[in-house]
Every structure is written in structure tokens, then in C-alpha cells.
Design a protein around this ligand. Structure first.
Ligand SMILES: *Cc1c(COP(=O)(O)O)cnc(C)c1O
Length: 350
């Protein structure tokens, strides 16, 4: 059974009423040669990019839909998931009126986008073990709370949130729930996008920036009910995904062997890094990770960050984040890069 979602109650009225820009390439998408295109003031002299890109990204959506096991009308593609998150704020949150709930430590862009869009933030910190405090979150919901944003696996802690806790939030809050699955491909769990029938307010975001190795293309994905996707589609810049990114991603996603091998290696290397770094005296704690990075607690984060910089290794100091005092976040590299990191860590004295 499919639960209804009252989009009129949650989305901004002006966004629902918006008459979207209709671009020339919306109407006709036939390939060059069959038709004469004199409708978009493009330069007619052929190159790989003299025409505007497909504003609906039909070919790329077909590939992603089969990769993710969803329908193309449940998909929105953004210029990175950052664009998608921004569209969600604009579609659902009225500036200087509405509020969102964040659970720090979390991905920094949620707060930045809330600030850019004039949306208030209420924070309900994760527990000490970096799990959701569901009772406190549901208690913090106010009449103007439009959305919850969190990532699982979480950045910067690396852990997946408990399935039952996420169910509690989805069952207890009727507004928009955004689950950012940027790191889902490094886990063995199912995407929450498989539960859209049960949870109509759910928007799952994913990205091609991490597991698929395409950060430079800027391609993010939203998977949600068609009515939500349509609303976000209406308000996005028409040509948000350029031609070269669309083509490049289609090619890269066809090469399943390459990205699957890389994902397997990154998971194996995550385990090896975890094992090796355990013997380093100044590393006090290694948090369990389901992502392609490790959060470690050290004796003195500023000092260790600089020590590693001196050996030409750049990591991220996350100490300013909630409950992350003296922590460093380290991305899993190639086996060779990880060898360098392990050697550097072991060379540093307590
Ligand atoms: C890296 C990351 C993203 C990726 O953003 P893109 O704009 O798609 O590159 C999104 N969410 C989280 C939590 C991340 O860590």
C-alpha cells in the first residue's frame, strides 16, 4: 500500500504555483541530422557542445534508474548533491519563517544552505556513540519544522545510523526527511529509497562524487516520490547538468568492473588502515566506519595535523565539530597512499 503525502501542506505555495521556464530543448530532443534546430539561438556550427544539454537528462537517468533499481520519474539529477539539497530548502522552507532540524556532527553544507536560504536551524546533537537521539529529535519538532537532514553513513563520524532509529523518525515526523546516502556504496545495507512506498515524505540523496570517482563532474541524485521530484525539477535551473558531464557519467557507469573493483579495494583498505593504526600510541580511538574514511581521536589534533602536513600528507581536522574534540578525518587512499600514511603515523612519537 502506498501512503499519501500532502505536498500542499509541506511545500511552499509559490513553488507549487510556479510556472517553470520551458526551454527549447524541453520540447524537441531528436538528434541532430533528422531535424533543423533553429529554436534556441545556438551557434549551428557543430562541435561536441554547440547545442544546449538535455534539461531532463533522459539518457543518464535511464542508466542511473537501472543502477539504483528505481523509476526515472523518481529521479532528479543535480549539479552535485549540494544543488539538490539547496533545491529542497527552496521548495519546502519559507525564508525567515521555517526551520530545519540538524544532528551535529554532520555534513557542513546543510547549515550553510539553511543560512543562505534564511532558514532557521535547530540542533539535536548525536549521542556520544554518534547515533541519533530520536526522542530528543521528535521532541524538538515545532509547527514550523519543515525538514530533517542527516547523512547515513554519517560524515564526519563514518557510522551508519540504526535502522530502527531512522524508522522511528520516519514514522514520527510527517515533514520532509532527507537521508543523505553519499557513502551508501561502501556499506552492505539497502538504500532507504527502497522504502518510498511506506514513507512518502522521504528524499534520499546520493552522489557520483565518492564511490563512483566522479567528483569533478558534479553529479548528485535525489530519489523520491514523483510528485516531489516534479516540484524540484520545476525549480531547478533548466540546463543544470552540462553535456560533457552527462556523457562522461554514462560512460563511467557502464564500466561496472572499474568502480566495483575500486569500491572493494577501498573497503579492504579501510579495514587494513583500521588494523594498522590501532598500534599507534598517539591514536586514542578509531571510530567504526561504513564509509571511505576513518575518524580517529588523537592526543593533540592540531599537532598531529601539522606533523602529517610536514610529511606532505593532508588530512582533515574535525575538532571544531560537536563531540569531535581532537579528531582527524582521514580518507582511504590507494594502497600506496595508505602505506605512506601508516608509515608516517608510526614514525611519529607519542
Ligand atoms: C561528499 C558528500 C556529499 C557530496 O556532495 P556532492 O555535491 O554530490 O559532491 C554529500 N553529502 C555528504 C554527507 C558528503 O560527505
Amino acid at each position: 500500500m502506498t501512503k499519501p503525502f500532502d505536498i500542499k501542506k509541506w511545500a511552499r505555495a509559490e513553488m507549487l504555483a510556479l510556472k517553470p521556464y520551458t526551454s527549447a530543448r524541453d520540447t524537441f530532443t531528436a538528434t541532430e541530422g533528422e531535424w533543423t534546430f533553429l529554436d534556441a539561438n545556438e551557434n549551428p556550427y557543430p562541435s561536441s557542445v554547440n547545442r544546449y544539454p538535455d534539461p531532463n537528462q533522459a539518457a543518464l537517468k535511464n542508466v542511473i534508474a537501472s543502477l539504483r533499481g528505481c523509476e526515472t520519474n523518481q529521479l532528479l539529477i543535480g549539479n552535485g548533491s549540494d544543488e539538490i539539497l539547496d533545491l529542497i530548502f527552496r521548495a519546502f522552507c519559507t525564508p525567515n519563517k521555517d526551520e530545519v532540524l540538524l544532528m551535529p556532527p554532520t555534513y557542513g553544507m546543510y547549515a550553510v544552505l539553511a543560512n543562505i536560504n534564511g532558514v532557521a536551524i535547530s540542533e539535536v546533537p548525536l549521542n556520544e556513540d554518534f547515533q541519533l537521539n530520536t526522542a530528543a529529535i521528535l521532541k524538538a519538532v515545532k509547527p514550523n519544522t519543515k525538514a530533517l537532514f542527516f547523512c547515513s553513513p554519517n560524515n564526519p563520524s563514518g557510522n551508519l545510523f540504526k535502522e530502527n532509529d531512522i524508522k522511528t523518525l520516519l514514522g514520527g515526523f510527517e515533514g520532509v526527511v532527507v537521508i543523505d546516502e553519499a557513502y551508501i556504496d561502501f556499506t552492505s545495507v539497502n538504500s532507504w529509497s527502497t522504502t518510498l512506498n511506506e514513507y512518502p515524505q522521504l528524499i534520499v540523496t546520493q552522489t557520483l562524487s565518492k564511490a563512483f570517482g566522479l567528483a569533478g563532474l558534479r553529479l548528485g541524485i535525489a530519489i523520491a516520490r514523483p510528485e516531489i521530484i516534479q516540484l524540484l525539477h520545476n525549480i531547478k535551473p533548466p540546463y543544470n547538468i552540462n553535456t560533457l558531464s552527462q556523457q562522461n557519467a554514462i560512460e563511467a557507469l557502464k564500466d561496472t568492473k572499474t568502480y566495483q573493483t575500486q569500491i572493494e579495494s577501498l573497503i579492504a583498505e579501510r579495514k587494513r588502515l583500521d588494523d594498522e593504526l590501532r598500534s599507534v600510541a598517539w591514536i586514542k580511538q578509531i571510530f567504526p566506519s561504513d564509509a571511505n574514511f576513518l575518524l580517529i581521536r588523537v592526543d593533540d589534533a592540531k599537532k598531529r595535523y601539522t606533523d602529517l602536513l610536514n610529511q606532505h600528507i593532508v588530512v582533515r581536522d574535525r575538532s571544531s565539530q560537536k563531540n569531535c574534540e581532537n579528531t582527524l578525518r582521514i580518507s582511504v587512499g590507494t594502497p600506496k597512499e595508505n602505506d605512506l600514511l601508516i608509515a608516517a603515523c608510526k614514525s611519529l612519537q607519542l
